[in-house]
Design a protein around this ligand. Structure first.
Ligand code: NAG
Ligand code: NAG
Ligand code: FE2
Length: 422
């Protein structure tokens, strides 16, 4: 396997063949049926990119509460996914890269007593849990033994594909390892070392297309609940400034995490339109998790001003086709379902994604969007409301019972009562 990947690295990574078809996705529960692999196989990408939630290692105990996992359990869950027959088939013939988003670090990161704080206060010190899970994760990806990703504190990495003039660089960001606790609005997401690395990746780059992958969404700032880059506005601005400083061409953001798919775009932050393609939900989506309420809630509260398409709520993966041979080379973005049918589609010419002499307008963001749902606010606000909703049927019936004691909700008692009345 390693040898094969090394070989594909030489074919795609170093030399002549330009990348033609890339597929990406996120949010895959290792225990659930995974009907998406057949569709990805039909699409037949040159490269598969994981954008987080590759497996779910934490167990949900109660809405919002997760039971953290031991390293053994984490390893076990990745083994289950690695052993999935259709996934095996894909990675046996397709280069595979990826980055994590929540599992396995996230649930620990929000806990004040956890090793995330330790890591921040003692940068450079040993953080056994994160480093072990990093090894498990890179091992899962068959990361080559000489890859620099093994030696970093975090799983960020970059890969280049294709010849000069038709080169694609995929930059994967680790938005977990160094992320400050949610609620620290002046906090950082990437950490100093990863920022320096990103700066050098953009500075020296001769690629025509730069795909920047982040588990969490970067552009849309105007959505409730879900974690997003705007909770750290300084880090978000710094990313845009870095792209502008290096006049990096062809930047497209890729993200996952949210359990639905959509395309977004803004003209406000670069000198050319910046797209974000979000694909999330390979084995479960918002619609399968909260039927009925999902589309209502998304429609009402989650439509970003930057949204360019509708939401897609079925199991999905995202793709980019590189039409290098067209007179005006363009990228074809799609979101596809489990039959490889196109659900969302946009074509964008590479010439429209070039840095130009133009004033950057900048965004005006209401600070209310920057406040995240932290573990703290979850406990003090959302949980009580949830409990109230859950308990409200009980409260109503108790009241009814008291006001009209002859009404009973127990069908057996009701039957008896009817008989007695007769
Ligand atoms: C992998 O799959 C095979 C057959 O599908 C099964 O026999 C084996 O126990 C699995 N191994 C793990 C580690 O799940
Ligand atoms: C995008 O380009 C492809 C390939 O040329 C074409 O088949 C498709 O219809 C185009 N889609 C849109 C929405 O323009
Ligand atoms: Fe997820």
């Amino acid at each position: 396997m390693k040898l094969f990947l090394l070989l594909t690295f030489f074919i795609f990574g170093n030399t002549q063949e330009p990348l033609k078809r890339l597929a990406f996705g996120s949010c895959n529960k290792q225990h659930l049926p995974q009907p998406i692999w057949g569709a990805i196989d039909t699409y037949n990408p040159d490269l598969w990119v994981w954008l987080g939630d590759v497996v779910y290692v934490d167990r949900l105990v109660f809405p919002g509460y997760f039971k953290p996992s031991s390293l053994e359990r984490i390893q076990e869950q990745y083994n289950i996914q690695k052993n999935h027959s259709e996934y095996r088939k894909l990675i046996s013939k397709t280069s595979t890269i990826g980055v994590w988003v929540s599992s396995p670090v996230m649930q620990q990161a929000d806990r004040p007593q956890d090793d995330h704080d330790y890591g921040l206060n003692n940068a450079g010190g040993e953080i056994p849990f994160k480093d072990e899970s990093q090894k498990i994760f890179l091992d899962f990806l068959d990361e080559p033994a000489d890859s620099p990703r093994w030696n970093r504190k975090g799983v960020w990495g970059s890969y280049s594909y294709g010849p000069p003039g038709r080169r694609v660089k995929v930059i994967l960001l680790d938005v977990r390892y160094w992320r400050d606790p949610l609620g620290k609005i002046d906090g950082d997401i990437l950490g100093p070392e990863q920022w320096r690395w990103l700066d050098s990746e953009l500075e020296g780059s001769d690629a025509q297309v730069h795909l920047i992958g982040s588990g969490t969404q970067i552009l849309p700032y105007d959505k409730p609940f879900q974690e997003k880059w705007v909770h750290y506005p300084g880090a978000r601005d710094k990313l845009f400034e870095m792209i502008n400083k290096h006049k990096t061409p062809g930047v497209i953001l890729l993200s996952g995490d949210v359990h639905y798919a959509e395309f977004l775009k803004t003209d406000l932050v670069l000198t050319y339109p910046l797209w974000e393609l979000t694909s999330s939900g390979m084995t479960h989506t918002c619609a399968t998790q909260v039927p009925y309420l999902c589309s209502l809630a998304l429609d009402r509260y989650f439509r970003s001003v930057y949204q360019q398409t509708d939401f897609f709520l079925e199991f999905n993966f995202g793709t980019i086709d590189f039409h290098w041979d067209s007179p005006d080379p363009f990228l074809q973005f799609t979101i596809r379902d489990t039959s490889n049918r196109i659900a969302l589609e946009r074509n964008v010419s590479l010439s429209s994604l070039q840095s130009r002499e133009k004033e950057i307008v900048g965004e005006v963001i209401d600070p209310k969007y920057m406040i995240p749902v932290t573990a703290e606010s979850y406990r003090t606000t959302i949980l009580p409301i949830l409990l109230l909703i859950l308990l409200s049927p009980l409260l109503c019936c108790l009241r009814k019972k008291r006001s009209n004691s002859t009404i009973t909700s127990d069908p057996v008692k009701q039957q008896k009562k009817i008989k007695k009345d007769q």
